[in-house]
Structure formats: structure tokens, C-alpha cells
Write a protein that binds this ligand. Structure first.
Ligand code: TYM
Length: 327
């Protein structure tokens, strides 16, 4: 079975983009793969966070992943900071990546424009992400489109390291879904739906109640020509609604477009489909969240399983680069 690894930040609230671009697939494919998924709490520190909120969000995201269908008995679900090999390998990756390479990361360029204080961690963020992936001999990384460049960097770093020190890392590849890889903000459909974007009406949270979902989709920005067709450039708002409905119903957006002549019924069907798709997750989350110790227990077991892989891998890396043994 192919080793699969992917991560999610415990910041903000889980939204429909995270679900359709990544999390839904993690759950659907966990039994066909050797799956490892990680709540990347260290990545969250690149921007100052309220400590209590970070702690709470780490637990919340863990339970949301389980509510979305991940089975911690069958796969590995853990928190990045519980496995110190991630930071250890991140340093080696920082010494493998070049300054120019990290400067070209689109996410860094965007985020550093918005931030008042640009931390060094924000800059080296993709080196830590490469470490996450390479530590587990990952073959496939299921992500949304916005992570493409980071995974391509991880590939380059693995190849460079292997060239320099001998075969050590599996060279990973990203798997990006054909539909749903880039869900856009409902109010600003040229921007991706995001946790950090201050756009509550444009973002559907996976825990939004049905009324909120219906309202947000009904008020989604479209255009005034009234023609239903899938055209990302000319009709980004409508294309986004078609993508959402297509992703949820496992169809192609072009095929969905052919079924409608008006925006109103398309919006109504998209809202109903999203409500139904999220209902099981919401019900399961309510059950899980009733047990205050649930997330801790899941993460503790997950970290043990993750370390059983990460520790020998890191020993191999230390040896390859010439760090003396600490045993
Ligand atoms: P994060 O936490 O921003 O997002 C988690 C996953 O959700 C996907 N995603 C989207 N997909 C479609 N449409 C959207 N609007 C949308 N917004 C987010 C992301 O592509 C991602 O797959 N750097 C990563 C976390 C990470 C990671 C890793 C991922 C850390 N280490 C190792 C893979 C492998 C991030 O911030 O994802």
C-alpha cells in the first residue's frame, strides 16, 4: 500500500475548501493506503497565536478529522509537535533549501505582504513541510491546489539530498483532486476560500448550520448575464458554485452546468447538497466533542505510532549527513 501523508493547520475553522480539497479524500482513501495525517501545530506558530486558542483548535481539528471519517485505529493521526523529529529534520531541510527557492514560494510572498511582522519561521515554513513529508517515506501527498508548490519543493529537496548523501528519501508526489482542488470565497470568487481571509459570508465552515449554509450560498456573488456555463475566467462566482456542487455529487462542473438554465435553482441545489454532505460530520462531531479527553487520547496513540517510523528515519538522516551517534 502506498504511504500517504498530509497535514492541516489548527488555525481558524475548518471550511468547505479544506473538506473538499483534502480532508474528504483522506477519509475516503485511508483503507487503500498506509495513511498518516497530521495536525501541524508548529506551522501555526509562524503567525502569533493565542496559546489557549491554539490548544483548543488543535483538539477541535483532531476531532473534526475523526468526524469526517478518519479512523485513528486504521491510520495514524497525530500532532506535529508531539514528534520532535519534525523540527530536527526541518533544520536539515533548511540547510538543503536555498534562500532563493524559499523566496519564490507564492504562499510566503502573499502572507508576508499581509503580515505586520514577518517571522523567519514564515519564510522557512516550506522546509518544515518538506520534513513532515520526507520523514515518513511518503509516496503521495493529497492536498488542495494551493499546496502544489510546497510539495514540488519537497520533491526537489529530497532529490538534492539523495544526490548529495546517497539514497535516503522517497521522492513524494502530490495528488490534487480534479474537482474541488480550489474552492473560492463566495463573496470574492477570485480569492480562494481560506481560514485567514476575513470573509465570514464568503466562507462555509464545516460546522455551519444548514440555515447559514443556505444563506451564504444564496448570497454568493455571481454575475448579471444570467447564462449558466462553467467559465472560471469570465464567470468565477458561478464556476465556483458549479465546482462545489460537482465536487459534492462527484460529477464534472461542465456536466452540472448543463442541468441548469437559471442561477436560483443551481444555488438551491448546491446548498442542499452541501448541507447533506456535511450532516454526518456534524452529527459525529457533536458526539465526539462531548468527551473532553477524546482528542488527547487520539493524539497520544498517534504520536507513538508516528515516532516508531520517524525515529529510525531521523537516525538514518543523521548518519547520512555525518552527525555522530548520540547512543
Ligand atoms: P491548510 O491547513 O491551509 O489546508 C489543509 C488542506 O486544505 C486544502 N485547502 C483547500 N482546498 C481546496 N480549496 C481551498 N480553498 C482550500 N484551502 C485549503 C489545502 O490545500 C490543504 O491540503 N501547509 C499546509 C499544511 C501542511 C502539509 C504538510 C500538507 C503542513 N505540512 C505536509 C501536506 C503535507 C497548510 O497550511 O494546509
Amino acid at each position: 500500500m502506498a504511504r500517504v501523508f498530509s497535514g492541516i493547520q489548527p488555525t481558524g475553522d475548518l471550511h468547505l475548501g479544506n473538506y473538499l480539497g483534502a480532508v474528504r479524500r483522506w477519509a475516503a482513501e485511508q483503507h487503500e493506503h498506509d495513511a498518516i495525517h497530521c495536525v501541524v501545530d508548529l506551522h501555526a506558530l509562524t503567525i502569533p497565536r493565542d496559546p489557549a486558542e491554539l490548544r483548543a483548535k488543535t483538539n477541535e481539528v483532531t476531532l473534526l478529522l475523526v468526524a469526517a471519517g478518519l479512523d485513528p485505529q486504521a491510520m495514524i493521526l497525530f500532532a506535529q509537535s508531539h514528534v520532535p523529529e519534525h523540527t530536527e529534520l526541518a533544520w536539515v531541510m533548511e540547510c538543503t533549501a536555498s534562500h532563493g527557492e524559499l523566496s519564490r514560494m507564492v504562499q510566503f510572498k502573499e502572507k508576508s505582504k499581509q503580515a505586520a511582522h514577518v517571522s523567519a519561521g514564515l519564510f522557512t515554513y516550506p522546509a518544515l513541510q518538506a520534513a513532515d513529508v520526507l520523514l515518513y517515506d511518503t509516496e503521495e501527498v493529497p492536498v488542495g491546489d494551493d499546496q502544489r508548490q510546497h510539495i514540488e519543493l519537497a520533491r526537489d529537496l529530497a532529490e538534492r539530498f539523495n544526490g548529495r548523501y546517497g539514497p535516503t528519501f522517497v521522492v513524494p508526489k502530490h495528488t490534487i483532486p480534479p474537482v474541488g482542488a480550489r474552492i473560492m470565497d463566495l463573496q470574492e470568487p477570485t480569492k480562494k476560500m481560506s481560514k485567514s481571509l476575513d470573509s465570514p459570508q464568503g466562507t462555509i465552515l464545516v460546522l455551519d448550520d444548514p440555515k447559514a449554509i443556505e444563506r451564504k450560498i444564496k448570497r454568493a456573488v455571481t454575475d448579471s448575464d444570467g447564462e449558466v456555463r462553467y467559465d472560471i475566467t469570465e464567470k468565477p462566482g458561478l464556476a465556483n458554485l458549479l465546482s462545489i456542487l460537482a465536487a459534492v455529487t462527484d460529477e464534472q462542473p461542465e456536466a452540472v452546468a448543463e442541468k441548469y438554465t437559471q442561477y436560483g435553482p443551481l444555488k438551491a441545489d448546491a446548498a442542499a447538497a452541501v448541507v447533506e454532505a456535511l450532516r454526518p460530520l456534524q452529527e459525529r462531531y457533536a458526539e465526539l466533542a462531548a468527551d473532553p479527553g477524546a482528542a488527547d487520547a487520539i493524539l497520544r496513540t498517534g504520536a507513538e505510532k508516528a515516532r516508531a517510523i520517524a525515529t529510525p528515519k531521523m537516525a538514518q538522516v543523521r548518519d547520512a549527513v555525518g552527525l555522530t551517534s548520540r547512543h
